[in-house]
Unconditional design. Structure first.
Length: 218
């Protein structure tokens, strides 16, 4: 770092910005006088996955502060991370992180050399498809959860999708697809993001889920 004077920076919450990466960023430290490193606080809302991207010429580390995440780095299997965990991401390595919980996922992104916008490369597949289904019901919360559990088991069998409950939110994932099912006392919301490999059968998947919901909620 050029110069020899100590510095203390107090980031203000008002400086936090929403980014196209689908997360909020608060720059803690990123200055031309310190080319060696930058530090930013990232915040991902529940049920949201950041866009698949990579940083050219920059090594990045995630240091998880609060919440839970499911991180994908390179060819490694998606991995659950929690407070205190660190994720090391080499330069040019594809990366994204999903918040499968019901509270914000917060982590520090430490980059070396410091992050510059021109190093960011969005590699999210261009052929994406989303499925969003909303249903009302009069089953009550516990019965609705039981029906969604059966739906999740069928998705596991048909799509080889793994799932877990976080409160009243069911989160499921398989290569090429992530989704959530929010269960309320009188409402069920299904949201699925499909990668390009499943886009061609998105209508079939949506029809199957609608059919199963019709049977479960009738």
């Amino acid at each position: 770092m050029r110069g020899d004077r100590p510095r203390i920076r107090h980031p203000r919450e008002s400086e936090e910005l929403w980014t196209d990466e689908r997360c909020y960023i608060l720059e803690t430290w990123n200055h031309p006088d310190d080319e060696a490193v930058s530090i930013a606080r990232a915040r991902v809302k529940p049920g949201v996955a950041t866009r698949l991207h990579r940083l050219r010429g920059i090594t990045e580390r995630y240091i998880i502060i609060s919440g839970r995440g499911r991180v994908e780095v390179g060819a490694a299997s998606p991995t659950l991370v929690a407070p205190g965990d660190m994720v090391y991401i080499p330069p040019g390595c594809p990366q994204r992180i999903l918040n499968p919980g019901d509270t914000d996922l917060v982590f520090l992104a430490v980059c070396s050399p410091r992050f510059v916008p021109q190093a960011y490369e969005d590699i999210e597949p261009s052929h994406m498809s989303s499925i969003h289904i909303e249903r009302t019901h009069d089953l009550g919360l516990e019965s609705a959860r039981a029906q969604v559990e059966e739906l999740a088991q069928s998705l596991r069998d048909e799509l080889q999708a793994e799932y877990e409950w976080n409160g009243d939110r069911l989160v499921f994932e398989r290569p090429g697809a992530t989704g959530t099912i929010d269960v309320g006392a009188d409402r069920i919301d299904v949201h699925i993001e499909l990668g390009w490999t499943l886009t061609l059968i998105s209508d079939m998947i949506e029809e199957s889920i609608n059919r199963r919901l019709d049977a479960a909620l009738s």
